[in-house]
Design a protein around this ligand. Structure first.
Ligand code: ZN
Length: 238
């Protein structure tokens, strides 16, 4: 399968750098909005396979359900665009207005005369921008929403905690952590923590201890982790 191959540590580290750089770009482009960054939890050197793509699709669906309801069904204002900076594998979908702008919705011609304008439903959707990158180093989705980061993080934690595949999803809300916003040339970014919104930290797939502890201590073998992932995937398919 295309892209279903092991990647090197160097490629993995590079992909993180590119991701952070892209997060900076999006937060700079949408000041004041919250940036959601979705990735699939798949330990090991293969970051893109049938399983990860299943989780990716479920994650994008859940994010759409949560943040745009059935707004996605209206595809009239959706257009496809290829990201020139990331190569052919990266496909970007841009929805609606790229920047918040008033819609002349009081004009009778709006929804018939402006095909690129938002539908009536989009007024309820906080989503300003959405993008998906299907990369060999792992699937990434970005959602820019017009709501406080804490509120967005709560909704993302709900997906991680309640979706049948949520334990295999990493849904970060990225915030500007620059000490003097606007003063530095390059924005500093950081993911909002679960502790920031008073939620307990994530638990290990295998033993239920804080996931961070097990990861740091290499408490479980690759085989154990992979089989735990397969169990979650097969349960969700039932
Ligand atoms: Zn554990």
């Amino acid at each position: 399968m295309d892209g279903d191959s092991a990647i090197s540590l160097e490629e993995l580290l590079r992909s993180r750098d590119v991701r952070v750089e892209h997060q900076r770009e999006l937060l700079t482009r949408f000041p004041g909005a919250s940036l959601i960054c979705f990735t699939v939890i798949l330990p090991g050197s293969v970051k893109r396979d049938v399983r990860s793509l299943k989780v990716a699709k479920a994650g994008v669906d859940a994010l759409s359900q949560t943040f745009r309801n059935d707004f996605l069904k209206d595809k009239t204002d959706m257009k496809d665009k290829t990201d020139k900076t990331e190569g052919s594998q990266a496909k970007i979908r841009v929805h609606g207005h790229s920047t918040p702008q008033p819609c002349p919705s009081d004009l009778p011609s709006c929804h018939s005369g402006f095909p690129s304008c938002h539908s009536e439903r989009s007024e309820e959707s906080p989503v300003l921008y959405q993008e998906e990158r299907d990369l060999a180093t792992g699937f990434e989705a970005y959602l820019v929403v017009s709501m406080p980061p804490e509120q967005a993080k709560k909704l993302c934690c709900d997906i991680e905690d309640t979706h049948p595949l949520g334990r295999l999803m990493d849904i970060d809300v990225i915030v500007d952590s620059s000490t003097s916003p606007g003063m530095t040339e390059e924005l500093s970014v950081r993911p909002l923590g679960r502790a920031d919104i008073g939620r307990p930290e994530r638990r290990c797939l295998l033993c239920g201890k804080p996931a961070r502890e097990c990861m740091r201590a290499h408490a479980h073998t690759q085989e154990e982790i992979q089989s735990a992932i397969n169990v979650i995937l097969s349960k969700s398919a039932e």
